[in-house]
Design a protein around this ligand. Structure first.
Ligand code: GLP
Length: 231
C-alpha cells in the first residue's frame, strides 16, 4: 500500500483524477470502477478540467440505495449521470447494482458475472466512510463478500441522511459490491479527506485491524491511499 499525503482535499482530488486518467489511458479498453459520495464530486470535476476522454465502453458503480428509481435525486445512478456520464460525454454503458437488470439476487449475480467477464477493472475509485465502510460494506462485512443486499449502519444513515429531503427518507437498505469483488480491480485509488475520517483511516492502515472492511484490500499490490490527514 502506498500512502500519499496531500496538502488539501482539492490537491488530493487533482492527484486522484490525474492518476485515474493515466491508468485508464494505459489500458484504454478496460472498464473502470466509479464511486460516489461527497469526496468524488471534486475528483470528477477535475477529470473534466483535465479534459479526460473516456475510451472504455463499460463503467461499474460500487453501490446503490435499495429501492430508489434511477431518476430519484439521491440515487447513485443519477449521481453518476450528473457527475460523470454527462460532464465527460461518456457514451458507453454504466452498470449500477440494484438498477435495471441488476435487481434482486439473480440481478446481483448477473452484475458479478458481467464484471467478471468484461473485467478486471483497470482502476477502481474508492472513498472511505467515517465508520470505515467501503462502498456500502459496513464494519463486520465478510472480507470474501460479493454483490448483495446490505443494511446500512446507523453511522452511515446519520452521515448520509443530510443529502435526503426529508432526511428520514433515506432507505435503510442498499446493494453493494462485495469486498472480494472490489479487491479484483487491477488498481485501487482510495480518497480519504477530512479530520472526521481520522479514526477510520487509522484502523484502515493498521495491520492489527484484521476485521475492518479495508483489511480486504490492504495487501492489494496496486493500492494507493490519498489523504490530507497527518497520521
Ligand atoms: C458513501 C458511499 C461510499 C463512499 C462513502 C464516503 O456512503 N456509499 O462509497 O465512499 O460513503 O462518502 P463521502 O465522500 O461523502 O464522505
Amino acid at each position: 500500500m502506498k500512502l500519499i499525503k496531500v496538502e488539501s482535499p482539492q490537491a488530493g482530488a487533482r492527484l486522484v483524477a490525474q492518476r485515474f486518467a493515466e491508468i485508464s489511458q494505459a489500458t484504454p479498453a478496460s472498464p473502470v470502477g466509479l464511486a460516489t459520495g461527497g469526496t468524488m464530486v471534486e475528483i470528477y470535476k477535475n477529470l473534466v478540467q483535465i479534459d479526460f476522454r473516456p475510451t472504455f465502453e463499460h463503467a461499474y458503480a460500487l453501490d446503490e440505495y435499495l429501492g430508489l428509481e434511477p431518476q430519484h435525486p439521491n440515487s447513485y445512478a443519477r449521481y453518476l449521470d450528473e457527475h460523470f456520464v454527462r460532464p465527460l460525454g461518456f457514451e458507453g454503458a454504466l452498470h449500477v447494482p440494484g438498477q435495471g437488470q441488476y435487481q434482486n439476487q439473480s440481478g446481483y449475480d448477473l452484475f458479478e458475472h458481467s464484471l467478471a467477464s468484461l473485467g478486471p477493472l483497470s482502476v477502481q475509485l474508492l472513498g472511505l466512510g467515517p465508520n470505515g465502510h467501503l462502498a456500502f460494506n459496513e464494519p463486520g462485512s465478510s472480507l470474501t463478500s460479493r454483490t448483495r443486499e446490505v443494511k446500512l449502519a446507523p453511522e452511515t444513515i446519520a452521515a448520509n441522511s443530510q443529502y435526503f429531503d426529508p432526511p428520514e427518507s433515506i432507505p435503510p437498505l442498499a446493494v453493494s459490491q462485495g469486498l472480494a469483488t472490489i479487491a479484483k480491480a487491477q488498481n485501487l485509488l482510495v480518497a480519504v479527506f477530512g479530520e472526521h475520517k481520522r479514526e477510520a483511516l487509522q484502523q484502515a492502515v493498521s495491520e492489527q485491524e484484521t476485521k475492518v472492511p479495508f483489511a480486504a484490500i490492504r495487501n492489494h499490490p496496486n493500492l494507493i491511499v490519498f489523504t490530507d490527514i497527518e497520521l
